[in-house]
Design a protein around this ligand. Structure first.
Ligand code: APR
Ligand code: ZN
Ligand code: ZN
Length: 368
């Protein structure tokens, strides 16, 4: 038995209940969770914006210790510290074979089914199947995931920090470094300064951007972006964000604009903030039926690159350890991203804080 936070119906609070967690089958790993971050992607599901089978254990930004390994597992051992990888790529599909594991077909399938590769899950509640979000199901004391979804990491970093690397850090830093490939001396705008946005900001700063403009609606968080490398801030509640960014760049627009909220309007803003020939990277996730309104004439006449970034275009087995090494070397600030720590029982308080935008990141610390 394990305590897990379950979403039974869209729009309702999560229910913390006792679930049965089966042992790992062949090629699977059972993980005892130590920490799990509250990400806006979980919140999108709670609100019903990303339809998935219910009931489901949410949570995908998690770190813990390997408790048990199934037959045939070779890459991790009992006792290893691991970060969950919510895009457990197959290594065989056309995307994996061409160096894009972030776009893996099999991982995308599992995102939609809420199951492990064999179509079943390892969670049961009152005799019913409970699905696992992004194979991870991290809002549970224990979870069982495919071997490639448990990435071994160095043991000298706190679990809270390791958990963040699992989603917000790889997504944000990766969007700046892998997708945009921000150049030294360039100009950047980041719309949405949450867990992901802060990491885009520090990724851009790490890459040598000379100007990084943070756009949000919460003044305290905007102030905090300055310690992560933002050079200017814009409160989108007080002024028109696009005009403010144009004013700050002599009317040109920025070399790279990022959206990290998940709203069509702010995605269009990010497009309009990029200079001619510049790049806009959409990181936020909108609901599947939504569309973005951008000026059609501007497409050829301004020749901007409009692209997206999933998992920071990263490869977790390589990037999680690398990002933790950057943290250990003092090049990435991760502890200050954690604004609040909750117990699993307090998870709905954490999501209320996420909804109001008050935390950079809220994190669940599991009881011993
Ligand atoms: N203009 C500017 N900022 C806004 C606006 C707005 N209109 N509305 C909300 N924000 C800010 C919030 O104040 C908050 O700081 O956007 C930020 C979103 O941050 P989080 O809720 O922490 O979201 P995060 O987990 O960072 O995810 C951002 O990336 O991976 C995706 O699914 C994820 O779509 C989500 C996005
Ligand atoms: Zn996430
Ligand atoms: Zn694949």
């Amino acid at each position: 038995m394990a305590k897990a936070a379950i979403l039974h119906r869209y729009g309702e609070p999560l229910a913390v209940e006792d679930v049965e967690v089966a042992g790992p089958k062949r090629g699977e790993v059972k993980v005892k969770l130590k920490a799990a971050g509250l990400c806006h992607s979980d919140w999108h599901v709670i609100q019903g914006q990303l339809p998935l089978p219910l009931p489901i254990v949410l949570g995908h930004e998690g770190a813990g210790i390997v408790e048990e390994v199934g037959e045939g597992v070779t890459s991790v051992q009992v006792g290893d510290h691991v970060v969950l990888n919510w895009v457990p790529s197959c290594g065989r599909c056309r995307w994996c074979r061409t160096g894009r594991p972030d776009l893996c077909e099999e991982a995308a399938r599992l995102t939609a089914t809420g199951t492990l590769p064999d179509g079943t899950t390892r969670f049961w509640w009152k005799g019913k199947t409970v699905y696992q979000f992004l194979t991870a199901g991290a809002f549970s004391e224990y979870t069982v995931v495919p071997e490639q979804a448990a990435i071994p990491i160095r043991r000298d970093v706190p679990f809270e920090v390791a958990a963040l690397v699992g989603c917000s850090v790889i997504t944000g830093v990766g969007a700046a470094i892998h997708t945009a490939q921000v150049r030294p001396g360039s100009t950047v705008a980041v719309v949405g300064a949450g867990g992901v946005g802060f990491n885009i900001i520090q990724g851009a700063a790490l890459a040598g951007a000379k100007q990084v403009i943070a756009v949000d609606v919460v003044d305290e968080k905007l102030a905090a972006t300055k310690t992560f490398g933002a050079t200017h801030t814009v409160n989108a509640r007080e002024e028109d964000a696009v005009s403010a960014v144009l004013d700050l760049t002599d009317g040109l627009g920025v070399d790279y604009a990022f959206e990290a909220i998940g709203r069509p309007e702010t995605m269009a803003d990010a497009y309009n903030m990029a200079r001619k020939g510049g790049m806009t990277v959409i990181v936020g996730i909108a609901a599947p039926h939504e569309t973005v309104g951008i000026n059609a004439f501007s497409l050829p006449s301004q020749a901007k690159t409009l692209t997206g970034s999933w998992l920071g275009q990263g490869n977790p087995p390589v990037d999680y350890p690398k990002l933790l090494d950057l943290y250990a070397a003092g090049k990435l600030k991760l502890e200050p991203l954690i604004s609040a720590v909750y117990s699993l029982e307090q998870i709905n308080d954490g999501f209320a804080a996420l909804k109001s935008g008050q935390n950079i990141r809220g994190i669940i610390r599991f009881a011993e």
